[in-house]
Design a protein. Structure first.
Length: 176
């Protein structure tokens, strides 16, 4: 088992750490761009997602539930502020400090929390086996739609396949 503390990384552990980081970033991208096929591919077949009172269930149920929740929002932006993983062979655990920004109806809702994850590596690929959301801070405020000179002429992102990442970067195009 990889200890929690300073130590030299061997190549297999360094690769596992990088693969787990990529999995975290893919999750943020999939949710923010509404890419449910990509999102589902990040979980094991027997995975559980626990977002507290909002949602708790299987990965399939989560992917079925999420589009209706996202449809109520004008924009979302999930970021991972820091990540810490402990790897033990083909299983790992992670604490991912995150910020989730949501905008809807003139309101901004910002949740700062942590994903407490368990991962499994099957057939050489890491996936989320269990995800729990822990909330550390919550903020809700009125937003202004006025952009001013900073955003003048800058295209707005969208939570779907019309987002500029899909229209401008062909390697990012969704495979729906």
């Amino acid at each position: 088992m990889t200890p929690l503390g300073p130590h030299a990384l061997d190549l297999p552990e360094a690769l596992a750490q990088l693969e787990l980081q990529r999995l975290a970033w893919l999750y943020c991208h999939a949710v923010d761009r509404g890419d449910m096929a990509l999102l589902r591919s990040l979980y094991t077949d027997d995975a559980i997602d626990d977002h507290g009172g909002m949602f708790r269930g299987t990965a399939d149920e989560y992917v079925a539930w999420l589009p209706a929740m996202l449809a109520a929002l004008d924009a979302t932006r999930h970021t991972i502020d820091s990540m810490l993983f402990v790897v033990d062979g083909d299983r790992a655990q992670g604490e991912l400090v995150n910020t989730a920004y949501h905008r809807t109806g003139g309101q901004e809702v910002i949740v700062r929390g942590r994903y407490l994850d368990s991962y499994s590596r099957r057939d050489g690929v890491w996936r989320i086996r269990h995800r729990s959301l822990v909330m550390d801070a919550f903020e809700q405020r009125t937003t202004s739609e006025a952009v001013g000179f900073i955003g003048k002429g800058v295209e707005w992102g969208t939570p779907d396949s019309s987002d500029p990442v899909h229209t401008r970067l062909d390697l990012f195009r969704r495979q729906d």
